[in-house]
Design a protein around this ligand. Structure first.
Ligand code: KQY
Length: 362
């Protein structure tokens, strides 16, 4: 059922990720022009994420007909598989953003999706199957949906469930998303569809993030009034001025409740992560799709983790800082177990654990 009004006017708002969840949605990767070696290593990494989450709460995975048997064999029987067409596998961005009312009623926001920039810098075309995913999921769950006439991906926002939304100028003010809208109009769309009051703007996203700087790879809420920020102390690292600018902006902000933010620095991997020539050779080169050259630094960030019921699912990169990031998050989330999963192959596709998952609130 498609709704004509606005979530805010109907009393709905997006809950924080730490609120109790009914399930996690994911999509199975397969396109060989994004995932190396016919997507086999990427599929193993996605299966590990899904099977890990399934130990804590239900998981639904959408998958093409062609890949159904392969996915079934790799996934824990507890993971529900649903046949559905997609263009790729970034459920954070193509799935619905669920909004909830105080009485517990649930609805979905179905954002307009243009593959991170449409024909002006987008990552692939066509993207029509991806754009249809949120509406299909809402139908499967019998959740009424608002179709937003506004280009947005779920990875471009983080909310604290108490009226604040974090985002970046690099992404939301990018002319390849909503060129006809002013900053004030974009803020109003966020208020209307997420039920927030205050938009907290960071500048650029993580270095080389191909989404045009999604906030979920740079900074996220850990709880109301506390954020984690991807950080390096190395002033020679091109990530340094980006993180410093974000840090200064966060220091100067007040959230919707008037609080100053506590900022937890989460180190980025100590060694830049790149694809080797052999790994890059496994990605099919197709005109119109982002090439994946060997040796190019990828946007590796431990901020790209998922909060699920009882757990934090955190990428590991085989870097000395894997352990440091795990320890920091274990301290920040005393009531949850930190489950670290291999994130390198997901990074090779352009994102990480948060980008490939979407929570459905309880
Ligand atoms: O990180 C994300 N949210 C999506 C990345 C898309 C990469 C496509 N190659």
């Amino acid at each position: 059922m498609q709704l004509e009004s606005l979530p805010r006017l109907d009393g709905f708002a997006m809950p924080a990720e730490w609120a109790s969840q009914a399930q996690i949605w994911m999509a199975w990767p397969e396109r060989p022009d994004n995932w190396r070696d016919a997507a086999a290593p990427g599929q193993a990494a996605f299966a590990r994420v899904a099977n890990t989450i399934a130990e804590h709460e239900p998981v639904s995975m959408v998958v093409s007909a062609a890949q159904y048997a392969r996915a079934r064999a790799a996934l824990n029987p507890a993971v529900r598989l649903i046949e559905m067409s997609t263009n790729d596998a970034w459920m954070r961005d193509i799935g619905p953003t669920f909004v909830r009312r105080a009485d517990g009623a649930l609805r979905a926001v179905d954002w307009t999706f243009n593959a991170w920039g449409g024909l002006k810098g987008g990552l692939y075309h066509p993207w029509d199957a991806d754009d249809a995913v949120a509406g299909k999921i809402a139908e499967i769950e019998r959740v009424p949906a608002y179709r937003a006439p506004f280009v947005l991906e779920g990875g471009a926002i983080h909310v604290d469930g108490e009226g604040s939304c974090l985002t970046t100028e690099e992404c939301l003010l990018n002319p390849n998303r909503n060129p006809a809208l002013s900053r004030a109009q974009i803020e109003q769309h966020l208020r209307d569809y997420l039920g927030v009051e205050t938009v907290l703007w960071l500048g650029a996203g993580t270095l080389h993030d191909e989404t045009d700087g999604h906030v979920d790879n740079l900074c996220c809420f850990l709880r109301p009034g506390v954020v984690a920020l991807a950080w390096t102390d190395d002033e020679q690292d091109p990530q340094y001025p980006i993180s410093l600018d974000a840090y200064r902006r966060l220091q100067a902000m007040r959230d919707a409740r008037g609080r100053a933010l506590e900022i937890i620095k989460l180190p980025i991997p100590r060694t830049p992560i790149c694809m080797s020539p052999a790994e890059a050779a496994g990605v099919l080169t197709v005109p119109g799709t982002l090439p994946r050259p060997a040796g190019e630094r990828l946007a590796a960030s431990y901020v790209n983790f998922l909060i699920c019921n009882g757990a934090i699912v955190l990428p590991a990169f085989g870097d000395p800082n894997d352990e440091l990031a795990r320890g920091i998050l274990a301290e920040q989330f005393p009531g949850r177990v930190v489950r670290q999963v291999p994130g390198r192959e997901i990074l090779y596709g352009g994102g990480n654990v948060h980008c490939i998952t979407q929570q459905q609130p309880a």
